[in-house]
Design a protein around this ligand. Structure first.
Ligand SMILES: CC(C)(COP(=O)(O)OP(=O)(O)OC[C@H]1O[C@@H](n2cnc3c(N)ncnc32)[C@H](O)[C@@H]1OP(=O)(O)O)[C@@H](O)C(=O)NCCC(=O)NCCS
Length: 191
């Protein structure tokens, strides 16, 4: 592939998944602050005082990385784009695009969790990620071994547990399960 121009958004009847843009900060910060109780156990950066400016910086940085093909953080919104439901994306975490191997990250605002949304977002991202829109050969899901809900989402998404990384090197991550699915495997099993 000579030049890759990443698509910006995925629209479904239930949600919109898109790259962050300048101006998203206040909505993201509000979701983090009001969801602190449901995030604090497994999201190291969550804070009840998360500022609008911090979130605005994260949104702008995310947009920049997206355009440079260095990382693809995205927000989950209501279909009309008004309500911010959580964060996700195809994450490179420093790996080069040319490895075509990404991790899907995900967190939901507290009021959106517990209703199957994470599973539906994961399935949508697998479908999109293994379409011609993206070059991914492998999509991973990495979660704390104690995070039962996240493990269940990976299982419902049809990902295979590849192993457990002891003392994952990223800050705030202890032992982590790595689940993954390969492009050819996905298409072999697709209905
Ligand atoms: C993890 C998270 C994304 C899941 O979102 P969600 O929309 O609630 O997930 P779903 O409803 O699609 O599926 C959750 C599954 O876990 C199960 N579950 C939830 N809590 C559980 C627990 N404590 N023990 C066992 N299973 C649990 C649910 O019953 C459901 O499985 P089921 O459909 O078989 O009943 C959400 O809880 C979240 O944002 N948590 C905080 C951030 C986080 O941990 N992110 C993951 C980082 S990898």
């Amino acid at each position: 592939m000579s030049v890759f121009f990443a698509p910006d958004r995925l629209e479904t009847p239930e949600f919109l998944i898109r790259s962050y843009f300048p101006g998203d900060g206040a909505r993201i910060a509000e979701a983090i602050r009001t969801s602190y109780d449901s995030l604090k156990e497994f999201v190291s950066w969550a804070s009840p005082d998360y500022s609008n400016d911090s979130a605005e910086w994260t949104a702008r940085r995310g947009r920049g990385m997206y355009l440079l093909n260095r990382d693809y953080p995205m927000g989950i919104f209501s279909p009309d784009g008004e309500r911010f439901l959580g964060g996700t994306g195809y994450r490179l975490f420093g790996a080069p695009l040319e490895e075509y191997s990404v991790e899907i990250s995900m967190w939901l605002r507290g009021s959106a969790a517990g209703k199957g949304l994470a599973t539906r977002v994961l399935l949508a991202l697998l479908d999109w990620g293994f379409s011609d829109a993206w070059p991914w050969a492998k999509i991973m899901w990495v979660c704390d071994v104690r995070n039962a809900a996240s493990i269940r989402v990976a299982q419902k998404g049809g990902l295979t547990l590849e192993g457990t990384m002891r003392r994952h090197p990223l800050p705030g991550r202890p032992d982590m399960h790595q689940f993954a699915i390969l492009r050819d495997e996905y298409h072999r099993h697709a209905p």
